[in-house]
Design a binder for this molecule. Structure first.
Ligand code: HEM
Ligand code: HEM
Length: 174
């Protein structure tokens, strides 16, 4: 186990980054499936996995945020103000999207939330309107903003690499 240093992110930061990137890729897959093949039989069971993986991402982002704050002075300095604000915006959205989903789950009085077979949260006994509205208005909108920002983030990593200012080794631990 390794903390961050000025040249590269340590193993714990890299673990959070790549595991969560895989989690978000799965969330994008579920969202695109509903968008493009909503009528297909195989998309109907995806909500259970969407909520399960979404809950795990909510737990992971809290741990990742605490770890990032503890390593703030050690990790590689941001390449530019745009990169710094881009990373901050990613964190804000990575926290907001799943927690808004969880708030709506609770306020929707939909019963207990099951995550891969384990009950992790009870539902409210009665509907709580502001929670349902918060989810209805913001969960999916902010999630699409998050996916767009993540796509921009990946594109910028590629641009830096093409310009000979590669930052990828920082996140590969080289
Ligand atoms: C970071 C994690 C998450 C991401 C990126 C995400 C993303 C999304 C997206 C993009 C949609 C809209 C799909 C469409 O346009 O048809 C959606 C819908 C939905 N999500 Fe999530 N979600 C996450 C976590 C959660 C969690 C934790 C829950 C609840 C426990 C949840 C519950 C729902 C529900 C019920 C819908 C369908 C209703 C709606 O479209 O607003 N999501 N999610
Ligand atoms: C193929 C996919 C991805 C690649 C190649 C990639 C690459 C990188 C690299 C090279 C860095 C270090 C940048 C620097 O120090 O200037 C970084 C940092 C970061 N990336 Fe990604 N990334 C990917 C996907 C994602 C996704 C999907 C998210 C979030 C939704 C994300 C969120 C972040 C954040 C928040 C940081 C700041 C460091 C941290 O706290 O983890 N990345 N990424």
């Amino acid at each position: 186990m390794q903390a961050d240093n000025a040249q590269s992110y340590g193993s714990i930061s890299r673990f959070f980054h790549w595991l969560m990137a895989a989690g978000f890729a799965f969330m994008l897959f579920t969202a695109l499936s509903w968008l493009l093949a909503d009528d297909a039989e195989w998309t109907k069971g995806l909500m259970y996995y969407h909520k399960s993986v979404g809950f795990l991402l909510a737990v992971l982002v809290v741990l990742r945020l605490l770890w990032a704050l503890a390593n703030l002075k050690r990790r590689p300095p941001a390449d530019s103000m745009a990169a710094l604000f881009g990373h901050i915006a990613l964190y804000v959205l990575m926290v907001a999207v799943p927690f808004i989903g969880l708030i709506r789950q609770y306020g929707g009085a939909r019963g207990a939330l099951e995550v891969f077979g384990a009950t992790v949260m009870q539902g409210s006994p009665e509907k709580i309107d502001w929670m349902v509205q918060l989810g209805g208005n913001w969960h999916s909108t902010l999630a699409w903003v998050l996916f767009a920002l993540a796509a921009g983030h990946i594109a910028m990593v590629a641009v830096h690499r093409l310009k000979g200012e590669d930052v990828l080794p920082r996140m590969l631990g080289r």
